[in-house]
Design a protein around this ligand. Structure first.
Ligand code: PMP
Length: 396
């Protein structure tokens, strides 16, 4: 028998979400998550995946995954520290360290998991964390899990960061203080002000932690935001995901040898959750090899992104202050934004609406994520739909 209290809680809260229009229905894809997707038999130009380089459907990655399944099977069979570490996992970690120009790296089962693991393995109740107010949910949860005092600073506001860091130091209450930021902020596509953050951190003795989930494979010729700013040896934690530009699944920390050694003996998802599957690892290795050999996909991504951005701006849409391929189309009103996204869908473009509470009230947007796999023809078709729907709504 189910608990009455639980049932009441669930029904009340589900109804509240539905009443407020915040209930997210999931529409399954009938096939791969490529530049074109099929939902309910409807073929759509896909502007909503994180598959920046198109690698999720790349034949070279598929071959590597299939080969690994043939050799190792489909599951790792254990956590990393029992006997779930294959030679493949170590090869991936070496490749990740090279890719990020650090001494070592450790792989986790997801980027989310990685933030939960890494923050709580080094920070505790005697410490403080300065966290950008727009940091990703997994950073927020990782900070909470650590039990450190979390002090948020205004988004990319260096004066606020400095003032709060100085306050934390002069309080004398904390043993270690960390500053933590996304490398690329996923709702607006803006970059963290890493050179300034690093200068403040070095001056005040702060630990630096950058989650570059959306920058890896995208900025710095693919190596990420830290490389883009030339700061590779000045950041303590470089976090990445294997699920976006790399096209597979998994997360990682790249950093100094002792840091990685500590995470391998102390971070809980590494110790207590079965390791990445052989197929995921082999496909990720292949992706990193490809990125190391050529910047062609990266160039194609930026070409497509620049083309889409220029097209939307020319049509008169507000695309915000993005510095990356993430291209918001800021509409404002929440209901209007959702209706706009639905009309795009009806006309054959899949671009998800993002509204409050994910972004501030009144800044509802449709977010576009162009990839290297889109053709110019697809982008032109998407722009034609934007023009039609934009005029229909009186937005342009
Ligand atoms: N960090 C950031 C900044 C992200 O945007 C995401 C993905 N939404 C994650 C971590 C989580 O990564 P993953 O999907 O690999 O769990």
């Amino acid at each position: 028998m189910t608990s009455k209290a639980l049932q009441e809680f669930l029904i009340e809260n589900l109804n509240e979400l539905k009443g407020k229009g915040l209930y997210n229905t999931i529409e399954p894809l009938e096939g791969a998550n490529g530049p074109v997707i099929t939902i309910n038999g409807k073929v759509l130009i896909n502007l909503s995946s994180n598959n920046y380089l198109g690698l999720a459907t790349d034949s070279r990655l598929k071959e590597a995954a299939i080969k690994a399944i043939g050799t190792y099977g489909v599951g790792a069979g254990a956590v990393r520290t029992i006997n779930g570490t294959f030679d493949l996992h170590l090869e991936l970690e070496e490749k990740l360290a090279d890719f990020k120009q650090t001494e070592a790296a450790i792989a986790y089962q997801s980027g989310f998991n990685c933030n939960m693991a890494a923050i709580s393995a080094v920070m505790d109740q005697q410490d403080a964390i300065l966290s950008d107010e727009l940091n990703h949910a997994s950073i927020i949860d990782g900070c909470r899990l650590s039990k450190a005092k979390v002090i948020t600073f205004a988004h990319s506001n260096m004066q606020d960061l400095r003032a709060k860091a100085q306050q934390a130091i002069s309080s004398g209450k904390y043993k270690k203080i960390m500053v933590i930021t996304d490398g690329v902020f996923s709702m607006d596509g803006d970059l963290a002000r890493l050179p300034e953050i690093v200068n403040i951190a070095e001056e005040l003795g702060l630990i630096t932690y950058v989650d570059d989930a959306h920058g890896s494979g995208v900025l710095g010729d693919g190596a990420g935001t830290v490389k883009h700013f030339g700061l590779s040896d000045r950041i303590d934690f470089q976090i990445g995901t294997l699920s976006k530009a790399i096209g597979v699944v998994g997360g990682y920390v790249a950093g100094k040898r002792e840091l990685i050694e500590w995470l391998k003996v102390r971070s809980r998802p590494f110790l207590f959750s079965t390791s990445l599957t052989p197929a995921d690892v082999a496909a990720s290795i292949r992706a990193i090899e490809l990125l190391g050999k050529s910047t062609e996909l990266n160039k194609q991504l930026w070409e497509n992104a620049d083309y889409l951005k220029a097209g939307l701006s020319k049509l008169g849409f507000n695309i915000g202050a993005s510095e990356t391929p993430i291209t918001p189309c800021i509409i404002g009103n929440e209901t209007l934004t959702q209706a706009f996204s639905r009309r795009l869908y009806e006309e054959g473009v899949y671009a998800k609406s993002i509204v409050f509470p994910t972004v501030p009230k009144g800044t509802g947007r449709v977010r576009n994520m162009p990839t290297a796999a889109h053709t110019k023809k697809m982008v032109d078709e998407a722009l034609a739909v934007y023009e039609k729907v934009g005029k229909e709504f009186g937005i342009i």
